[in-house]
Design a protein around this ligand. Sequence first.
Ligand code: ADP
Length: 240
Amino acid sequence: DITALKELEERQSDFVANASHELGTPLTAIKGFAETLLDGALESPELSRKFVSIIHVESERMHRLVKDLLQLAKMNAAEYRSRIRVEPTSLQDTIEAVVRQLSGRAEEKSITLDIAFETANIVVEANLDWLNQIVTNLIDNAIKFTPNGGKVSVRCRIANNQAVIIVQDTGIGIPPHDLPFIFDRFYRVDRARARTAGGTGLGLAIVKFMVETLGGEINATSQMDIGTIFTVKLKQSGEI
Ligand code: ADP
């Protein structure tokens, strides 16, 4: 099928162009500030400190990007996917561990982070690392895009024989015309804002890929200035 092949090729070259652009931006900053330092700014301890810290921030950004890109590349390989162990995994243990990890970030912004297990002892068919990453990404985004003093709540229950995880925030929301694209690679609603927040725009693409590889689904609804709700459905597992 030539049309499908052409589309695939186009998608791939789009991806390479996007990835190069995303990596190029921090690299340009690093190069520029290093040159400014060598051109004389090194003489000033104050300027040196300022420029080196920018170089540090930008290199961390590149590091995150490369890590996310590698993960996407890995997941694309059938060989890697076949080696991923999918086994009965406790939803409560995983979510509690993630919430413990992120509670400091929520506290910094005076955000209340609530968890509720409306069905007890839910066990899902998942890989622990992936489940951890899915939940971490959603809660991390919820905290990131919610103003100080807001609320993030995580609820889990069984519905129609599926495990349902709901991550809801009282944040800035996502404009209706952006909502269909948020799971696309590199898509960010407000590039400048998401960039300062340190985002790569790859998080949700990775999350969606993982959820779907596990045989589940993910959806989002949002209202501007009211908040966003992400719903993940995963296969329930028999027993641990
Ligand atoms: P990023 O690394 O920028 O967080 P993601 O793929 O995780 O990338 O998210 C893509 C974009 O979706 C974000 O840049 C942001 O614009 C939007 N987004 C994701 N989660 C939320 C949320 N809870 N509230 C508002 N906007 C969100």
